[in-house]
Design a protein. Structure first.
Lengths: 211, 82, 547
């Protein structure tokens, strides 16, 4: 079989088409996962709107906005990597991938700083940490922060997965044929952009809508 | 390379929408804040999907349409009882 | 001849454990699944037998209430997620899908193997939960019982199910992409065997529903391990929301379990009545309709849970609607038999039993879809009987039909036809003896999930327990005669049933990449009325007579 990864395909072109489709089906599947989590949040928000609004004001809007910009930029560099790989400019492709992964790490660090701040302020109702919330309706505020940590950490796990895959791809770069390099860049790109889209919805839902 | 121009346009558009959505949260529009924020998020998602993810071809669109339809079912039928 | 590994076929292509455990051949991955699923089937079955022995008398004399709770919970968890959901898709589906669409393998062979390892990894968690002391929440993990009160290994079991979900999604993606991109030249959608249609519909449900289950299980684990109380009523969390998310997966999962069985029967019935499948298009489209409608009915599990009356009425109506495509299939299968040259080989016996049991169980489902009747029989043995008629009488019977139908293709050997027929009949008798009494018990008001009961229920319970023993014998028999045939069975010809379908055009067992020359399709799926197929059929009895 010439240049295909799977014995099932005759040509790399058909295989790439199947790859892209598979990634979109996977993304559809992931969308259902996050959709269910968003639904949990929506139901809680319908029930306890004012308490959630007050609690969400305690999140750091500057850090959240900065992080959104970081993730959008990482999507841009990932799209660049795809464009460069199409033109077989491999060295530049690697640099774009490195930039993407670095921006992902930057997002995680900022997110970690946010978590640290919230834990220090006693806003993290997990693992038995003290919850000290001075605002109105602390019971439902606790619910909000629980959901906040659940949703953002699930997103962060997806981002970590993306970074690990990019690192693995770069490690195996030399051994891969040009067709396989392109396939992998396309596949990880689709995933990365999807994780970005999730954040694009999570950011206003957690930080803005309740203000 | 018109491809690069397209990507840059998308990038700047996304940052502009981010600025818009953050700014809108400081203005009290009553119930419209929620709608506006979600509309902007949807616009951003469309930009990313079309410009960065090259959402073309029947099969990928089929996958996205199916997920969209099933999300409507999940949200719709869960919320009818409330 | 005692050599299982036949040279030149996929079975002879490397024989060490390494060649099997690192294979990417879909046919070998199917075997890996087949062996692991068989083990789980008998593990879950053993728990069922223990429960039936306990229920032979009204008093709780064999196991304590706590142990009984763990038995039915683990029986459910193992049978649903570690047997029924992957059963036909991961074994027969894995083996046959590429053959049926004329491909060398699935689109992503390594993903296919990975899905098996993920399955095994997840099953280790479940097995650990079994050994360490069990789970007592029932297979449904309802909150707040599972999050606040249960003290078994809930997180471990839930995490195992969560991981197995990924294996399901991997299989689903692989199937969907393969059907779209790897069909042989000339194989249009409406020339696909119904088995492929049902696998496609199943995969759709797997890919779109499983993540919602994953989300709800993650939230349970987060609540138990990290103390994030999403479903905790003390914080304003909504336990009912868990039921919504759980059944958004678990009702469609019922169709994950039954659709492939419908596909198997759609292959077997035309072959042994020598007639094209009646109403092919209607059967194909109703498979997709079941997959879609199946997502609209989950609230009928929650009629008495406190959802609004309005929601109850909507879900009740939609539940009746989902009966339509199922009925379309039953009528088409029946009409396929009409004026056919019917012969009763083992697969056909199982398929006919499927038809009877599925119809019976399906009709009982209409009772449960009716709001008022459901309130009466909710959480009684009526429900148990209903879904066992679909899941065991329907799905497992279809699985046995498929296993016997394609056994010559899987192994290149014929099994003993006499033993096969006896096992089929024993299974049918044992099944009805086990589960029909449970309809009566449920209608009389015996609730599910109790290890003791008032003495007036004993008569039907004794019948049911006796049936369970017969049923167990019926399921153990194939283990022996199929196993024996692996080493001593007569060599199977390429097309022993003289069936249509691309999988019968290659050798038995198939070569490593399925076809010597890639096939081109020019005919519809069930061309049993066309010329060229009337040469004499293989007779297993005659072959057996020769030493």
């Amino acid at each position: 079989m010439s240049g295909t990864e799977s014995v099932a395909f005759d040509t790399p072109r058909r295989e790439r088409r199947a790859d892209t489709f598979a990634m979109w089906v996977f993304i559809g599947s992931e969308a259902m996962l996050f959709g269910a989590i968003f639904l949990v949040f929506l139901v809680a928000h319908i029930d306890f709107g004012p308490a959630f609004a007050a609690a969400s004001k305690r999140l750091s809007l500057p850090l959240g906005t900065f992080n959104t910009a970081v993730l959008i930029t990482s999507s841009f560099t990932m799209a660049l990597a795809h464009g460069l790989a199409l033109h077989r400019r491999w060295r530049a492709t690697i640099w774009a991938l490195v930039a993407t992964a670095a921006l992902g790490v930057c997002f995680l660090i900022v997110k970690g700083i946010e978590y640290g701040k919230e834990i220090a302020e006693g806003l993290a109702p997990l693992l038995g940490l003290p919850f000290r919330y001075a605002g109105p309706d602390p019971v439902h505020a606790e619910f909000f922060f629980g959901l906040y940590f659940a949703m953002t950490s699930l997103h962060a796990l997806h981002l970590i997965g993306g970074i690990v895959v990019i690192a693995g791809m770069i490690a195996l770069w030399g051994a891969a044929s040009p067709a396989n390099r392109l396939r992998r860049v396309v596949a990880i790109g689709l995933y990365w952009h999807f994780v970005d889209i999730i954040w694009v919805f999570m950011f206003p839902v957690l930080y803005l809508i309740n203000r | 390379m018109s491809e690069l121009r397209k990507l840059t346009f998308g990038y700047i558009g996304l940052l502009a929408l981010l600025a818009l959505t953050v700014a809108s949260s400081f203005i009290d529009l009553g119930g419209f804040n929620v709608a506006l924020n979600l509309a902007i998020a949807a616009a951003k998602a469309v930009l990313i999907a079309m410009l960065f993810m090259h959402l073309t071809g029947t099969l990928p669109r089929l996958a996205v349409a199916a997920a969209g339809l099933w999300l409507i079912v999940l949200f719709g039928l869960t919320l009818i009882g409330r | 001849m005692t050599n299982v590994a036949m040279p030149g076929t996929y079975l002879g292509d490397g024989t060490g454990p390494r060649a099997w455990l690192l294979t990417t051949d879909h046919k070998r991955v199917a075997w890996l699944y087949l062996i692991s699923l068989t083990a789980f089937f008998f593990l879950g079955g053993a728990m069922a037998v223990l429960m039936r022995i306990e229920l032979a008398t009204p008093a709780g004399d064999l196991v304590s209430d706590d142990v009984y709770n763990r038995l039915f919970s683990l029986h459910g968890i193992i049978m649903v997620w570690f047997f029924l959901v992957p059963s036909i898709p991961a074994t027969l589906g894995n083996f046959l899908l590429p053959l049926m669409i004329g491909a060398r393998d699935l689109a992503f062979p390594r993903l296919n193997l990975a899905s098996w390892y993920v399955f095994i990894f997840g099953s280790l968690f479940a097995l650990f939960a079994v050994v360490a002391g069990g789970v007592d929440t029932g297979w449904t993990f309802y909150t707040p019982l599972s999050t606040l009160y249960a003290n078994g290994w809930v997180s471990t079991a839930a995490f195992g199910v969560f991981i197995v979900g990924f294996s399901t999604i991997m299989t689903g993606i692989n199937f969907i992409v393969s059907v779209h991109t790897l069909r042989a030249p000339g194989l249009t959608w409406f020339r696909l065997p119904i088995f492929v249609w049902t696998l496609y519909a199943t995969s759709l449900v797997m890919v779109l529903a499983t993540p919602v289950l994953a989300a709800s299980l993650i939230l349970i684990v987060l609540e138990r391990v990290f103390g994030i109380g999403v479903f905790n009523p003390d914080l304003g969390g909504d336990p009912l929301l868990f039921q919504h998310l759980f059944w958004f997966y678990s009702h469609p999962a019922v169709y994950i379990m039954i659709l492939p069985g419908m596909g198997v029967v759609s292959e077997v019935l035309p072959c042994f009545s020598r007639r094209p499948l009646f109403g092919y298009n209607a059967v194909a489209i109703s498979s997709m309709a079941i997959a879609v409608f199946g997502f609209l009915v989950w609230g009928h599990h929650m009629f008495v849970s406190g959802q609004s009356a309005y929601a109850g009425v909507v879900f009740s109506f939609l539940s009746f609607c989902v009966a339509i495509p199922s009925a379309i299939k039953v009528f088409n299968w029946s009409l396929t038999l009409r004026k056919g040259e019917i012969s009763f080989e083992t697969p056909m016996l199982y398929a006919l039993f499927f038809l009877a049991l599925f119809t019976f169980g399906g009709l009982a489902g209409l009772f449960l879809a009716a709001l008022a009747v459901d309130v009466h029989v909710h959480d009684t043995y009526f429900v148990i009987a209903h879904f066992h008629y679909i899941m065991v009488g329907g799905m497992v019977t279809a699985y046995m039909a498929g296993l016997h139908f394609w056994w010559p293709k899987l192994t290149g050997r014929m099994y003993s036809e006499t033993a096969g027929r006896i096992a089929a009949i024993v299974t049918f008798v044992g099944f009805n003896l086990t589960f029909f009494p449970q309809f009566v018990l449920g209608f009389d008001g015996m609730p599910r999930r109790y290890h003791t009961y008032p003495p007036e229920f004993q008569f039907w319970n004794v019948l049911s327990s006796a049936g369970a023993v017969v049923l167990a014998i019926g399921y153990l028999m194939p283990l022996f005669y199929l196993g024996w045939s692996l080493f001593h069975g007569a060599r199977a010809p390429d097309n022993p049933w003289n069936a249509t379908g691309l999988e019968w055009q290659t050798s038995s067992p198939p070569p490593p990449h399925n076809f010597e020359t890639m096939p081109i399709v020019t005919r519809p799926a069930y061309a049993y009325d066309m010329k060229g197929l009337e040469h004499e059929r293989f007779s297993p009895h005659r072959e057996e007579a020769a030493p």
